[in-house]
Design a protein around this ligand. Structure first.
Ligand SMILES: Cc1cc2nc3c(=O)[nH]c(=O)nc-3n(C[C@H](O)[C@H](O)[C@H](O)COP(=O)(O)OP(=O)(O)OC[C@H]3O[C@@H](n4cnc5c(N)ncnc54)[C@H](O)[C@@H]3O)c2cc1C
Length: 392
């Protein structure tokens, strides 16, 4: 892979709107990605393996629980810092960002928000330091966009719960130490349970043959009469709103993360087009290529402003789920379109692992599908503005 020469585009001087802390957080994450992710990521994506050696670095830049209070080992940062960290990590690779998103928003967040003080003390510091890795089990083989239909269930056996069922497409599952699992009780109400590796009847087979997020481990969570201690139930929120609250936080991070992937594709294509000579001049001098680049930077700038405003609303605890859906949908769609255009600008070189673009493009096919598909987010906006549910 070529050396990482990334220079972040900032066409509207958005830096001026960031605090000194935001910039410090960003520079630390950016430097770390250049030093520890870019040199190895292509190799790991090619061999379809998560690079476990970067876990410590992710913890050091605050990627595990950026907004979780420091008393629980988190970085205690605001929502904009969280977004910036996700942007910088995804600039390197969406799979690495997925690992951080799951750990922060889908595992630490529910334990922090819905858990007991004992659960917070037991799990959060270990998850923040990366000593333990977590996964989040919501999707099932027969229930993806419609998680309310889930069949994974638990029964009250007096001194413990008995958990049965299966989850599919679970990021981090093959190596997770703990899983936050969503299951129905005997009354059909959804609750979160913390399941630990080593509990009898709990297995996590890996899903192979992915063409996307190859540097992120994906798998199943299988529960066959797993005895879960009663103290592992998250008591403070139940119903579908509980997992959806986690998804809001993760989707917000994705809205920022996708900008990182888009910036990397744009920056790579801009540099390549100024160096690549055809018909006696740099291809950047042809109107068709300039149209692509001009449209890319326009869309990136719009996405940056959308994410920043959403971050301000999140900081004030005013961002709605529908606003988050709009940003996730728009920014991922923006990134995947830029990746496709940028790949074409590199001609044949664009399909090789010498450049990051094709990897970003394939990764974004997962990002546009998980945490609510492109279509589902559109339906969320439609419901929000009309008041009419078009899901069914
Ligand atoms: C790499 C990867 C990692 C993932 N990680 C996790 C994880 O860590 N934890 C987890 O729980 N899940 C995870 N997921 C699962 C992901 O969230 C689901 O794939 C996603 O929600 C879509 O579900 P599905 O794949 O079953 O598609 P389906 O729900 O079967 O959808 C198929 C198509 O039908 C469309 N569709 C569905 N319903 C409607 C409707 N009402 N109206 C119009 N169109 C509709 C969808 O938009 C989509 O285009 C991951 C997925 C991938 C690919």
């Amino acid at each position: 892979m070529k050396p990482d020469l990334f220079e972040a585009p900032d066409y509207y001087n958005i830096d001026d709107l960031l605090s000194d802390e935001h910039k410090l957080v960003r520079d630390a994450a950016r430097d770390w990605v250049k030093r520890d992710v870019s040199p190895i990521i292509e190799e790991y994506a090619q061999k379809a393996e998560f690079p476990k050696q970067i876990i410590n670095g992710l913890a050091e830049i605050g990627a595990f629980g950026p907004y979780i209070p420091e008393e629980y080992g988190g970085a205690g940062l605001d929502q904009i810092s969280y977004g910036i960290i996700m942007q910088e990590i995804e600039r390197g690779d969406s799979g690495v960002r997925s690992t951080a998103s799951v750990q922060s928003s889908l595992v630490m967040y529910p334990i922090w928000k819905y858990g007991t003080e004992e659960q917070r003390q037991k799990y959060l510091p270990k998850l923040a330091s990366g000593e333990w890795m977590g996964s989040f089990g919501l999707t099932e083989p027969d229930h993806g966009s419609n998680p309310a239909g889930m069949t994974t269930n638990f029964k009250d056996m007096g001194d413990h719960y008995l958990l049965n069922g299966a989850k599919l497409w679970i990021s981090n599952s093959p190596f997770c130490n703990v899983a936050v699992v969503w299951a129905k009780n005997e009354e059909g109400r959804i609750h979160g349970l913390i399941v630990e590796r080593g509990m009898e009847g709990f297995s996590t087979p890996e899903t192979h043959n992915k063409w996307s997020l190859r540097a992120s481990a994906t798998g199943e969570l299988i529960f066959q009469d797993v005895k879960v201690p009663k103290e592992n139930l998250l008591p403070n929120k139940s119903g579908l709103g509980a997992p959806l609250g986690c998804l809001d936080s993760a989707r917000y991070g994705i809205a920022w993360g996708a900008i990182g992937a888009a910036m990397d594709c744009y920056d790579t294509a801009l540099r390549y087009s100024k160096e690549r000579i055809q018909f006696g001049k740099p291809i950047a001098g042809f109107q068709l290529q300039q149209k692509k680049l001009a449209e890319m930077i326009t869309e990136i700038t719009k996405a940056q402003l959308l994410a920043l405003r959403l971050g301000q609303l999140k900081n004030e605890d005013r961002a709605t789920s529908a606003q988050i859906s709009m940003a996730k949908r728009n920014n991922v769609d923006m990134a995947i379109k830029i990746a496709r255009e940028a790949r074409q600008m590199l001609g044949g070189m664009g399909i090789t692992g010498e450049y990051s673009i094709m990897r970003h493009m394939m990764n974004l096919e997962s990002v546009i599908t998980y945490e609510g598909t492109h279509d589902i987010h559109l339906l969320i906006t439609g419901l929000d503005i009309t008041g009419i549910n078009a899901f069914k």
